[in-house]
Design a protein around this ligand. Structure first.
Ligand code: BT5
Length: 327
C-alpha cells in the first residue's frame, strides 16, 4: 500500500491530494494513510502536508528502490524485479541464495554491505547510501567457459553509462573501471554450473558514486576513488543505475541472442587503460612482468613477456598491476 500511495502522490505531484481521497481509494482509515506517509518521510521523501488540503510530494530521495529507478529504465527484463535492502552482508551472497527460484534479470541491491566481497576472498568497502552495490541474476545458456565474457560486458556497460553522464573512464581488464588511475568500480562474477550447463551466473557490481575522500582509508586510500571525488559533484545514483541497466541489457542480449561479442570487445579495447603498458601479472605467489599488447577476440589479455613471447591470459585467477602501483 505504501508503494501505491507513493504512486498516487507522484501522479499528482503538482497538486494536493486529500487524506480523505487517498483513504477512499485504498479503503482504509485516514490514520493508516498518515502512518504510511510518515514512513515515506522517514525514507527521505519530502511530503508537504497542509490541513484540509492534504499531501503533496515535493521531492524523492536518491534511493535504489524499483519505484525510484523505474522511470529511467527501458529494459525488458534486467532490473524489472528488485530485492531492495537497507543493509545486507553481501548482495552476491543473497543473490546466490535466491538465484534458482528467480527469473533472469532479477537484482539484489542494498544501500550498504557489511561484508562486501571482492575477488579471491578480498573485501569490498560499501558505505551506506553512497554507492551502487548490487548483483544481477543471469541464466545464460552458454558454454561455462564463456562466462568471463559477461564480466567484460558488465565493464563495458558501466563505462558507457558513465559516458552517458559525460564522465570519462577507462577499463582495467578484466573487472575494474578506473578514473585518474584509481578504481571507481569493481565486478565480481560468480557462477553455478554442472558439466556444460549453467544454473546461474551472479554478476556483482560495486560503483563508488558519492563516496567522500575520507571513505577511502587504509588499504584503499591510494587505490580507490569515487565519481563525486573525481567530478566534484554529487551524482544521482538512481539515474546512473538506470543508465547502466539499459546499457547492460543491450550488450548482454546481443551477446546471448546474436553471439555478438564484438561490440563489447570494441569498447573494452577503446577504453583499455592497460594496452601499451608495462604490467605485473600476479597469479598466487607467481609474478611476471610484461607489456600488454592487446585483448584477443575471446576477451583474453595479450601480454608480451619479451623475445616475442606473447601469452593470452584468462581472467580467472590473476591480478594485473602497474609496475609501481595499481595501474
Ligand atoms: C572487485 O574485486 O573489484 C569486485 C568487487 C565487487 C563488489 C560488488 S558490490 C556488490 C556485489 N556484492 C559483493 O559482495 N560484491 C559485489 P577485486 O578485483 O578483488 O578488488 C578488491 C580490492 O579492491 C580490495 O582488496 C581492495 O584493495 C579494493 N577495494 C575494496 N573496496 C573498494 C572500493 N569501494 N573502491 C575501490 N577499491 C576497493
Amino acid at each position: 500500500m505504501k508503494e501505491g500511495i507513493l504512486k498516487l502522490l507522484k501522479e499528482n505531484n503538482d497538486d494536493f491530494l486529500s487524506g480523505e481521497k487517498i483513504s477512499e481509494y485504498f479503503n482504509v482509515s485516514r490514520a493508516a494513510i498518515w502512518k504510511h506517509i510518515n514512513t515515506l518521510k522517514e525514507e527521505g521523501y519530502e511530503i508537504e502536508s497542509v490541513p484540509r488540503k492534504g499531501y503533496r510530494l515535493i521531492s524523492s530521495p536518491d534511493i535504489l528502490t524499483y519505484g525510484e529507478i523505474e522511470k529511467y529504465l527501458n529494459t525488458e527484463f534486467i532490473g524489472r524485479k528488485i530485492y531492495y535492502f537497507d543493509t545486507i552482508d553481501s548482495t552476491n551472497k543473497k543473490a546466490k541464495e535466491i538465484a534458482l527460484e528467480e527469473v533472469e534479470g532479477t537484482i539484489v541491491i542494498s544501500e550498504e554491505q557489511t561484508l562486501g566481497r571482492g575477488r579471491l576472498g578480498r573485501g569490498w568497502v560499501s558505505p551506506k547510501g553512497k554507492g551502487i552495490w548490487m548483483s544481477i541474476i543471469l541464466k545464460p545458456q552458454i558454454d561455462p567457459m564463456k562466462v568471463a565474457k559477461i564480466t567484460q560486458i558488465g565493464a563495458a556497460a558501466v563505462s558507457l553509462a558513465l559516458e552517458d553522464l559525460d564522465i570519462k573512464s577507462y577499463i582495467k581488464w578484466p573487472n575494474d573501471i578506473v578514473i585518474n588511475r584509481k578504481k571507481v568500480c569493481g565486478i565480481l562474477t560468480e557462477m553455478s554450473c554442472e558439466l556444460n550447463m549453467i544454473n546461474y551466473v551472479i554478476m556483482g557490481i560495486g560503483i563508488n558514486v558519492n563516496l567522500d575522500k575520507q571513505d577511502f582509508r587504509g588499504e584503499i586510500e591510494n587505490v580507490g576513488t569515487s565519481l563525486k571525488v573525481e567530478t566534484g559533484k554529487k551524482i544521482s545514483r538512481k539515474k546512473l543505475l538506470g543508465l547502466f541497466l539499459n546499457r547492460f541489457e543491450e550488450l548482454y542480449t546481443s551477446f546471448i541472442n546474436k553471439d555478438n561479442f564484438e561490440d563489447t570487445l570494441k569498447i573494452c579495447r577503446d577504453k583499455s587503460i592497460l594496452i601499451g603498458k608495462e604490467v605485473r601479472i600476479i597469479k598466487g605467489r607467481d609474478e611476471k612482468s610484461g607489456k600488454v599488447v592487446g585483448i584477443n577476440d575471446e576477451g583474453e589479455l595479450l601480454v608480451d613477456y619479451g623475445e616475442n613471447k606473447v601469452e593470452n591470459i584468462m581472467s580467472g585467477e590473476v591480478s594485473v598491476r602497474g609496475l609501481y602501483g595499481y595501474v
